[in-house]
Design a protein around this ligand. Sequence first.
Ligand code: ATP
Ligand code: MG
Length: 400
Amino acid sequence: MLTAPFQLAKPVLDRIEEYNHQAFFVGGCVRDFLLKRPIGDIDIATSAQPECVQQIFEKVIPVGIKHGTVIVRHQHQSYEVTTFRIDGLYTDHRHPDSVKFIDKINEDLERRDFTINALAMNKNGRIIDLFNGKQDLQDKIIRTVGDGYERFTEDPLRIIRAVRFSSQLGFTIDNQTVDNMKQVKQGIESLAIERIANEITKLFAGDYLLNGLSYLKATEIYKHLPIMIEYPYIIHLLPRQLKPLYSFGEVIALFHITEPKVRIITWISAWKCSNQTKQEANQLVDALYYYKNNGLDSWLVYQLSSEYYKGFIRLANIFHPTNTIAHQELVDIEQSLPIKSKRDLAIKGNDLLALFPYVKRGPWLQHTLNRLEKEVATNRLKNTEIELKEWVKWNPPEIN
Ligand code: ATP
Ligand code: MG
């Protein structure tokens, strides 16, 4: 019996078949279905050419026509529909230089990385399994489709993907496959960083993270990753009580606190991270240092964006495992905060200027507002105009 997400997607296969083309569910979704794991995206492979898929469906987003991929929208869901293909060379280590569309699924499955990812399923739940992927799922083994040396040379990202799947699924990597990973691992250095970062983020989020890390260490793949090339010892310093982390910002915070010598900005630029990741890593690290020195209090919660509460807790519980924090504690503190941001202060810059009519604008303004902010956020001062003005009179700004 197909599960609900596949039932929802089935009409897409039906439709393609009505036009006399073949269509299958493929890759990760079939693997996860057989493992009874939650399914991420449903990917569909078809003998129909992308232009044809565009004609069959009303809502199609042409995301990668050249590589045969379009997104089909159906009942508010998105499906990646990719034409059966074989890949050309990966000379830029990003995308294959060229792809050739074919009309049988067999060779399309052959180009896939691991046996457990090379499964296809038709709309009735019948599985196509050319490489004993089902057996490997049962035995919990990650093994390349075909010769590992060739497959990893073709696209060295697969080396990191093997470790990523070992971390997500808790599987063993086949011995021959591990040997091949070691032989070709240098190739990782030529990959686009964004592709690596994407896999490493998933690796650190794996339920079996320690399994993944043990492969990362045993194969010495880490010596070919940005930063770790220069600081190969860092990975061995990571705390023993490591638990999964759910964003790259959290991963950077973990590494920076483990080895403060490597600055956050160094991680951000070496791994070409977004500003959002940079902000996340900075906030998490500030909060963790503060927590180490002062414990959990209203000033910590005030300064930390609520979107990072969970990441902060994950990291705090890794670095301070005897003091577990619950999410509700942060929420309770947040709700008791008298203000949410500086904008909520009962007086503004202009009010301060009016208090000191003979003093020119200058850095003292911002500085005084910052001090007021901290006094109010930590409940040492009531947020009323009278109280704030009174406080400023008794604690006059240093003006120079
Ligand atoms: P997830 O659940 O994390 O999305 P996934 O197995 O679906 O896992 P994707 O990266 O979404 O992984 O890739 C979808 C499928 O495409 C894979 O299952 C695999 O068959 C194939 N694939 C992806 N990347 C590669 C690659 N670098 N080399 C060969 N095949 C790949
Ligand atoms: Mg996927």
